[in-house]
Design a protein around this ligand. Structure first.
Ligand code: PPS
Length: 578
């Protein structure tokens, strides 16, 4: 373990990786110690602790530092540090550990990455933490929601000895540690470097902003996107990195460097901006760009912004000198067509008409395949985005029928299957209730627990089909709302999800009684039959409701087809209105 002073790029850099001899010694001894499989977020935090990205931290925060960081953005000794970096563990593990003892920290595959010498074991008030750090307990705030709902109840503090950094097999050439980034700057002779933090693809507005920031501060540029954990729903990092690679040649030769940051963001707005600046100082940067709504968590449950658009700039202003980094504040950038140029809001030519495309508008254009103009984004970037965000007519989707036995699910699902196969273009799979029970869920019965497992399995298969661009038609009874909702949440980010509630009244279903099951249930020969002596929860929200008492199967299937056309999942998008 060493501390390096590497002026002019940053101050002392902590390095918690031990020698290979010590690593071997620890690995052998760890067999007798309790161990903890790190969560995704903890793996990110550990990497930046070990490689010095979180300097001066030497481990996970103990109770005193934690309380002080939450309350006043400083460690107990007064050192500026705005974000609690904590190791949250289960009660079960807490029972096995003790002060002064060691704990092996492993990645999700069980590979030992580090050893923690425990100095603190404490049970934090996680609501108070969310309130202090993020100013809210609103579950819409990703950082607050994580602290309150996802964190484990016990925190362990202590110092770390790193055996190895977490493994990454993607974009290895771009994953530079703080010392590697500093060394690159030195090699290139870059004394002043302005860092740009992002979790989004870089479009023209941000490209122009970064270029201008570098010019204004007479510095070179570090494009430093986050590839650890970002805001749920963001463009995945594989796509983003292809976009960044595509944009780099647009910067003047040898003026900019791309490197990836394995940070787990908290979406903490102003506090997070201070944290990001500290991290960039550790990576050897002299300047840091803070734009509009830096690390913004979006809107709260009442539809209001959690933080003001320039709160982050205001807060960082107070600490920039102490950190030893210069903030480069930027206002919103907009395009002026007459001059074919971007301007920050305070420098817009008088009377100019500023153009912008919002995030929502961009998503709609990607979804419908509509043009994305070159002034908004370079064609290479748009091409990358289109390859992973095809228009709806090329995305996969799931049609999920739910309803009582005899309500017409299987019949309509079969008609729909044939119609979609006739149209062609995408593979179609039918996951009918009876078929699934034969092939996937043969060991399951009809208790609530078993029915939920059955629906989760169907949902998982449908989500894989949807993710890979196919069409899944599911037709189970699926009587419970919560698991239906779970399936919707699982599939929604991967493609379309259409819930069709077959609302045929039970009297009609019972009169049909094609399999004789209602008669058997009435006679008590089948127990727990849905609609007779077992519940069916009517879905409160469904894309379609179809009662087959007074329509033919072809008419019912046509309703689904029309819906899919209307929403752009099938048919030619160029024939639709924008
Ligand atoms: S669930 O609740 O979604 O898991 O049920 P599912 O897998 O769709 O059920 C498939 C068929 O099982 C027959 N069956 C029963 N249904 C309901 N309750 C009980 N107790 C029961 N026992 C057997 C029934 O025929 C279901 O098929 P459909 O096509 O709905 O008639």
């Amino acid at each position: 373990m060493t501390d390096r002073l590497n002026a002019p790029h940053g101050g002392t850099l902590v390095d918690l990786l031990v020698s290979s001899e010590r690593a071997l010694e620890l690995k052998r001894a760890a067999k007798d110690w309790p161990s903890w499989d790190l969560t995704e977020r903890q793996v990110c935090d550990l990497e930046l602790l070990l490689n010095g990205g979180f300097s001066p931290l030497r481990g996970f925060l103990g109770q005193k530092d934690y309380a002080s960081v939450c309350e006043r953005m400083r460690l107990a000794d007064g050192t500026l540090w705005p974000m609690p970096i904590t190791l949250d563990v289960s009660e079960a593990l807490a029972e096995k550990v003790a002060l002064g003892k060691k704990l092996a920290l492993r990645d999700p595959e069980g590979v030992i990455l580090a050893v923690l010498t425990i100095t603190d074991i404490y049970r934090p008030d996680r609501e108070a933490e969310a309130k202090a750090v993020f100013g809210t307990v609103d579950p819409k705030h990703p950082g607050a929601a994580y602290a309150i709902k996802r964190s484990h109840p016990v925190y362990l503090g202590g110092t770390l000895e790193g055996l190895q950094l977490p493994h990454h097999y993607d974009y290895r050439d771009l994953r530079l540690s703080p010392s590697e980034v500093r060394a690159t700057f030195q090699r290139m002779g870059w004394r002043k470097v302005v860092a740009f933090q992002t979790r989004n693809p870089i479009h023209r507005a941000h490209f122009e902003l970064t270029k201008r920031a570098a010019e204004d501060s007479g510095a070179n540029l570090l494009i430093h996107p986050v590839v650890g954990m970002t805001k749920p729903g963001d463009v995945d990092h594989y796509t983003r990195v292809r976009c960044y690679r595509a944009i780099m040649p647009h910067y003047p030769l040898n003026s900019a460097q791309l490197s990836l940051l394995p940070l787990a963001m908290r979406m903490g707005g102003p506090r997070e901006a201070v944290w990001h600046a500290l991290i960039r100082k550790n990576y050897g940067c002299s300047h840091f760009i803070v734009g509009r709504d830096h690390a913004g968590p979006g809107k709260d449950s009442a539809g209001k912004d959690f933080y003001g658009p320039y709160d982050a700039q205001e807060l960082l202003k107070n600490y920039a000198q102490e950190i030893g980094i210069e903030m480069v504040p930027f206002l919103q950038m907009s395009y002026v067509a007459e001059n074919d140029q971007y301007y920050p809001a305070d420098k817009l030519p008088a009377g100019a008409k500023a153009l912008d495309i919002s995030g929502t508008e961009l998503r709609t254009r990607l979804q419908t395949g509509r043009e994305i103009p070159e002034w908004f984004s370079y064609p290479e970037v748009v091409r990358e985005l289109r390859s992973t965000h095809p228009p709806r007519s090329k995305q996969g989707f799931t049609v999920f029928f739910t309803g009582l036995s005899g309500s017409g699910k299987s019949t309509i699902a079969n008609v729909l299957l044939v119609k979609l196969l006739e149209m062609g273009g995408r593979p179609v799979t039918l996951l009918d209730g009876d078929i699934v029970r034969k092939h996937l869920s043969s060991e399951l019965g009809f208790s609530k627990e078993h029915r939920d497992i059955n629906i989760r399995r169907i949902g998982y298969v449908a989500s894989e089909i949807t993710k890979n661009g196919g069409i899944a038609i599911c037709a189970p009874i699926a009587p419970y709302e919560s698991v239906r909702h779970e399936v919707r949440e699982m599939i929604n980010p991967l493609g379309g999800f259409v819930l069709v509630h077959m609302s045929t009244p039970i009297e009609t279903c019972e009169t049909r009684d094609r399999k004789g099951l209602y008669a058997a249930a009435r006679a008590g020969k089948i127990k727990g039959f849905t609609g007779i002596d077992d519940p069916y929860e009517v879905p409160p929200t469904a894309e379609l409701r179809i009662d087959t008492s007074n329509c033919t199967p072809a008419e019912a299937a046509q309703e689904v087809i029309l819906y899919l056309e209307r929403e752009g999942f099938i048919g030619d998008p160029s024939l639709r209105h924008a």
